[in-house]
Design a binder for this molecule. Structure first.
Ligand SMILES: CC(C)(COP(=O)(O)OP(=O)(O)OC[C@H]1O[C@@H](n2cnc3c(N)ncnc32)[C@H](O)[C@@H]1OP(=O)(O)O)[C@@H](O)C(=O)NCCC(=O)NCCS
Length: 146
C-alpha cells in the first residue's frame, strides 16, 4: 500500500472526525470526540494526514511541548487499513522528525487498547489511570526516549 502525507488543513476536519467515529468506541471513548473536534478546530500546525488511493486514511501529529520534549497527538487510521504497516511508517516518520529536531523524549498519552503498539518502538509505560479517558477506557502515559 502506497501512502503519502501532507499537512492538515481546516477542510480535513470532517474526514478526520469520520475516522474518529470509525474507531469509537473500540479505541476512543465517545466523550473524546469533543476534544478531537476542538483540537482540529485549533488548526494544529504540526498535524498531518495520511493519504492512500487519494483518500485520507489516517492522521497524526508530533507537537513540541518544550525544547527536547514532544508529544504524539491523535494518531489514528481507518480500521480497514489497520494492521497493514501504515502505523509503522508513521512511527518511522515521527522518529525521524524527532531526531532531526533534537527531541530527547516523546511523550505519548494512549489507551490500554493501543499501548502495545508504541512499545514496539521502544516506548515505556510511565503510569496507568483507570477510566482515564472515559468509562472502560484506561489511560496509559508513555515515554519514548531517543
Ligand atoms: C495504533 C495504530 C495507529 C497502529 O497502526 P497500524 O498500521 O495498525 O500498525 P502496524 O500495522 O504498523 O503494526 C505494527 C505492529 O504493532 C502491532 N499493533 C498495531 N496496533 C496494535 C494495538 N492496538 N495493540 C497491540 N499491537 C498493535 C501490530 O500487530 C504490529 O506488530 P508486529 O510488528 O509484531 O507485526 C492503528 O492501529 C490505529 O489507528 N488504531 C486505532 C486508534 C488508536 O488506538 N490510536 C492510538 C491512540 S493514542
Amino acid at each position: 500500500m502506497e501512502v503519502c502525507f501532507r499537512p492538515y488543513t481546516a477542510g480535513d476536519a470532517e474526514r478526520c472526525l469520520i475516522l474518529f467515529d470509525k474507531n469509537c468506541p473500540e479505541y476512543f471513548a465517545p466523550n473524546e470526540r469533543r476534544d478531537y473536534a476542538n483540537f482540529l478546530a485549533s488548526n494544529p500546525g504540526d498535524y498531518e494526514v495520511c493519504i492512500a488511493n487519494g483518500e485520507i486514511v489516517g492522521a497524526f501529529g508530533l507537537m513540541e511541548d518544550e525544547p527536547n520534549i514532544s508529544r504524539i497527538e491523535w494518531i489514528l487510521l481507518n480500521p480497514n487499513m489497520q494492521g497493514s504497516g501504515i502505523g509503522s511508517v508513521i512511527m518511522d516518520k515521527v522518529l525521524g522528525q524527532a531526531r532531526g529536531n533534537d527531541v530527547e523524549i516523546i511523550s505519548i498519552a494512549t489507551s490500554h487498547k493501543a499501548y502495545m503498539f508504541f512499545q514496539k518502538f521502544g516506548a515505556i509505560v510511565m503510569s496507568r489511570t483507570e477510566d482515564g479517558w472515559g468509562a472502560g477506557m484506561h489511560k496509559i502515559d508513555m515515554e519514548l526516549r531517543l
